[in-house]
Design a binder for this molecule. Sequence first.
Ligand code: NAD
Length: 314
Amino acid sequence: MADIIDGKAIARQLDDRTKAEVDALVVAGKPRPGLTVILVGDDGASQVYVRRKIKGCEKVGIRSSEHRLPADTSQEDLLALIDQLNNDPEVHGILCQVPLPQHIDTRTVLGAISPEKDVDGFHPVNVGRLSTGTGGIVPCTPLGVMMLLETVIDDFVGKDAVVIGKSNIVGKPVAMLLLERECTVTVTHIYTENLPEIARKADIIVAAAGAPELVKGDWVKPGAVVIDVGITRIMGDDGKEKLVGDVKFDEVQHAKAVTPVPGGVGPMTIAVLLHNTAQAAKALSNGADEDADPYHDAPDRSLIYGTAEGAQAS
Ligand code: NAD
């Protein structure tokens, strides 16, 4: 039987570590880390996500604030708010919840957030830093995926990894992180031919396609590690809605380890957001002390992309 990687337990351990880091900063006389979330419009799912993020902040002692703006907010006003937050020394992390209303250009808005406060890791400067291995803030879900993998893989060097999905928020950054750990990485997508055959060779499969139960048992080599990022709501045989991942969970019990859906990658995403906020606060407060140039003095990569030490699945 495959080990089940318990994302909830690992996220709790990461939260404990973040809380300890926040406490240590405050004891050292540094400002308490602060996260600001901007929500434009009244998208129901976004409101739920924002509530969870704010609740997460309370748990680890991060100060949080919310800017709820009406759906007809102009791009100019949104950019002015971001500019104000970029210059607010009490704000260390800025998160603008997407999707944004159609009249707003998402790329312009996300690109206006200071890279040092971009705790989602979507700013082109952070994307560039990730792809060149020069520090920066790593997107939450991909970093969560790596932390889960680190609980079951001792040595990544030379491992064959297959990433299914090439989005900017999951597939591509996961591929970059695996490359940085010296894996041989194949990135696949909707137009990839012979996907089952490619997947079968993998020591590590990260499925992030949003295609329910795409990965079947015979796509998975015995002993492989399978991380299921996908999450889709479907109608079950019993007529009730249920959440499923991109992996046919029951068929992959010959794997070494697998993440469940729900309870695998999902809980890591918010825990990593809080982790990123604490790291951003740490880097910003050091920068302020030393008058550092934030673009050239990249934060210590081991802080941003630390191993989830002690975060072994129980
Ligand atoms: P996306 O739609 O932006 O990208 C999907 C990618 O998968 C594309 O590159 C596409 O080519 C590929 N793809 C789609 N169907 C495929 C198929 N049948 N075979 C091979 N490749 C296929 O999606 P995304 O934003 O990267 O999200 C992917 C999934 O991960 C979704 O289910 C999403 O809900 C989930 N997700 C979960 C979390 C979390 O915190 N748990 C966070 C982000 C995304």
